[in-house]
Each structure stands twice: as C-alpha cells, then as structure tokens.
Ligand binder design. Sequence first.
Ligand SMILES: Cc1cc2nc3c(=O)[nH]c(=O)nc-3n(C[C@H](O)[C@H](O)[C@H](O)COP(=O)(O)OP(=O)(O)OC[C@H]3O[C@@H](n4cnc5c(N)ncnc54)[C@H](O)[C@@H]3O)c2cc1C
Length: 489
Amino acid sequence: MSTADTPETPRTTESTGRTAPTDTQVLVIGAGPTGLLLAGDLATAGIDVTLVERRPHGLANMTRAFGVHARTLEQLDARGLADELVATGTTLGTARLFGRLDLDLTRLPSRFNHLLVTPQYEVERLLERRAESAGVTFRYGTELRGLHQDTDTVTAEFTDPDGTPLTLTARHLVGTDGVRSAVRTALGLPFPGGSVIRSLVLADVRLAEEPADAFSVSGSGDTFAFLAPFGDGWYRVMGWSRTRQVPDTEPVDLDEIREITRRALGTDLGMHDPRWISRFHSDERQVPSYRVGRVLLAGDAAHVHSPAGGQGMNTGLQDAANLSWKLTAVLRGDAPDPEALLDSYQSERHPVGAAVLRTSGALVRLAMAHTPLTRAARALAARLLSVLRPASTRAMGMISGLGIAYAPPTGSKRPAGRRAPDVRLREGRLHELLRAGEFVLITPEGEAPPLPKTAPVSPEHLVRATWTDPAKKTAVLVRPDGYIHWTNG
Ligand SMILES: Cc1cc2nc3c(=O)[nH]c(=O)nc-3n(C[C@H](O)[C@H](O)[C@H](O)COP(=O)(O)OP(=O)(O)OC[C@H]3O[C@@H](n4cnc5c(N)ncnc54)[C@H](O)[C@@H]3O)c2cc1C
C-alpha cells in the first residue's frame, strides 16, 4: 500500500513548468469505485495523483451495488480487469421486469452480452489493486474539510488520521466522495431533487430453494421484491411494501423481508442466515454543474437515484472513464483548448446522468404502480417492450450503457461520439489496445492521414493500429474511453 505518511516533495505540475508548484497534480477525494477508477487511470497515464479517503485503510465500503452492466465490463476490459471480475460472480442472460417481461441480454452487441452479478467490493478490490500498482498515493483515514481555488491551484484542507489539520495543493481536484459530497458542499452547489422511494429493505441471504428465475422483479403495486444471485450461494433480496413505510432508523429483521417477498413473488424460498440487512430510502438528485473551475464532481457526488436498473456505480465508473483522459490531456499539454475539453465532461456526462435519473425513476415508479391508470401504464410499457424489438433494443442499450453516445466534436460527424465496438485489428482487439490508456488511431495499411488539429492528443501518446480488412479505407481515431473521436470516412 502506497500510503503517504512522509512529507511531500513539492513538484511543478504543468507541462509548461511556469506555474507554482503543488503537492500533487490531481487530488481525488473518495476511494469508492468512481475515485479508484479515476485515480488508477490518471496514474497509469503518468499523472501524479493523491487519493484521499475518510475510511481507515482496510475498512471496506458496504456491499451496495451488485449489477455490473455490459458497457462497464467493456471499460474494465479496456483496463485488463473484466475477465477477473466476471470470475467473481455470476452472469445473467435475461433480466425479468414487472414479473413478466424478459429482456434478452444475449442480444447485446458486446463480448459481455449479459449482466454480471457480483458485490461492489469485488469491483473496488480490483480497482484499488490497479491504482496501487499504477503508483497512486493513498491517504486513508483523512477527511476533506474544505477547499478553495485560484487561477492555477486548488488548496484543500483535511484532518489526518490523528485529527491533525493537513493542507494539500493540486492542479485539479475531483470530488468522488459520494452522495453527501463535502466537495460539492464546499463549492456551494445545490443538489436539487427529492426522495423517490422510502423504506426499501434489503438483505444478503441464503435460500433453501433455488428460484425458478435467476433474476426476478415482481410486485402487486403494494409490494415488490427483487432477487439476484451472487453465484456463490448468496442472494441479494430487496423489497418494498406500501403498508410498511417507516424511517430508515426503524429496525428491520428477516421476517419483514420474508413477508414482503412472499407477497410479491409468492414464496420466500426459505431465505435464512442474512449476512447483511438494512433499511434505506432513495433520493433522485443531480448537481447542475459537474465542473467549477479546477474542481470536478463524478459518481454519486454528482447524481443519485434509486437502485432500480442498477445504474449508480456503473454511471460513476463511466463518469471517471470520461474525465480521466480529459484531465490527462490537459495536464500533459495535449489539449488545444483545455477549457473546452474540460467543459465537454459536463456536456457529455450531465445528460447521461439526467437520462439515468429518468430511467431508474420510471422503473421504480412503475414497480410501485397501484392506481388503475399507473398499472395500465406498466402493462403498456411491458407490452411495448415485449412486442417492439426497437423499443426493447433501446431500453437494453440504455440500461447496459452500450447505447450511450455523445455529440460529435465540432467539425466532426457521425460516427464520431459513438462507442467504438471491440473490432479485431492486426495488433489485437481494440479494447485490448485501449489498455495503454491512450488514443488509438486505426488506419488502412500504409501511410496514416494527418490528425485534425483539434484532436487532444500528441503523436507520442498515440497507439497505432491497422484494419485486418484490406477493403477498409477510412481512418478512425478512438478516445481512451472507447468512443470515436474522429474519422475521415
Ligand atoms: C441498495 C443499493 C443497491 C445498489 N445497487 C447498484 C447496482 O446494482 N449497480 C450500480 O451500478 N449501482 C448500485 N447502487 C449504487 C452504488 O452503490 C453507488 O452508485 C456507488 O457506490 C457510487 O460510487 P462512488 O464511488 O461515486 O461513491 P461511494 O461509493 O459512495 O464512495 C465515496 C467515498 O468517499 C468517501 N468520502 C466521503 N466523504 C469524504 C470526505 N469528506 N473526505 C474523504 N473521503 C470521503 C467515502 O468514505 C466513500 O468511500 C446501489 C446502491 C444501493 C444503496
């Protein structure tokens, strides 16, 4: 563990060397999945990163997320981690919604045409190991208390594990410090929204009977329950009952969860031996600005919503993948317009966060539907998704993350902004080539065309690759996060 308890050597961080020295180039606050991926990416690219976490070292985050979607698995594949993660859980080819609608995930156009069910701590374990070996400086047991920024530096105030005040400076600071983000508060940003569902209960349990469906959501409108296997004999069960709406502080026991599950699914499958049991509520909120000067927000610090659709961790990881290469390009001096590049983090990821809030909000509201009108809407939604292939393809694209696309950069046209599929190239699969953490330029054999002047990459940070198909005559520049930046086709 590279825990920094030695005095820091001030170093000059901008590529020009003209600015004041800082303790580190980027301060990342919060070692949840979002912060770990971001810090690991930056360090892999040679950026000096300090990751500050309030928890003491060794105290894991609670197992909250358990569903890892296809696009996130592709992002992890592009970091050499996906196959190891898949081995920790179980993969599901079908997701059942509203008790009757099966979404066939095997149709997803990805190497990962499924949902992976694995505890969040497995994702964090792999990301932490990667961040450590890439050289991230970890400071556990250290809590952010405040920050301020000027034209070229961010100064952050902390208390260290002994409660002693500590000040660190950086070129940029990213708040990945979760739903109660101290970074967001220090920026004075609002977090508008409200509560979407209260008194959700959850437990990780063993079952006496195997469920008929691996992944199941069902409900009557007054109750719903959700069940998913971790693959090692443990199951996650989550439930809600309209008739038992109490504060989060109200104790919950297995009998309450059994009763809700029986009412929703018709059986409690003999659940026993809970290892974790909890009651919680979900808010739906999004910060209006993901960037204020040199400070940025990502993950739950920027957006939060109900667990329906299993989107929170997945969205946070993709925020991190979107931001890491942009910060890298700016710090290396590779960005022709650094302000515009950092602003594109807001213009690309804020709409995705808003769409996730809408989808997960719709799923949870339809699951709770109990008036004749809302139940009819649920039946209609299920019917449309089951009979209209384009509708179910769009829904799966949104939930899996594979359908996410960004606006083409100025001066480019489609397919710029779209996800680059994992094509086979002479040098290997595209997603393997992305493991370098750099842009990939794919060309026909022969001389490569000149890159557009606006491309935020310099030739020494470019991985070059060749189509296997000699009929392909276009050049394609793929961003480090696997989206097409430019093509001359
Ligand atoms: C019941 C439940 C089920 C869920 N299921 C899914 C799912 O299936 N799929 C999915 O994608 N998502 C799911 N989610 C959401 C998912 O757990 C979160 O979206 C995810 O943890 C967010 O990651 P993060 O890194 O942004 O924030 P967090 O995981 O909250 O990490 C923030 C970190 O910052 C640290 N921190 C906080 N304040 C400070 C400070 N002042 N100084 C220093 N450090 C600080 C915290 O200790 C923490 O380690 C679920 C959530 C719940 C509650």
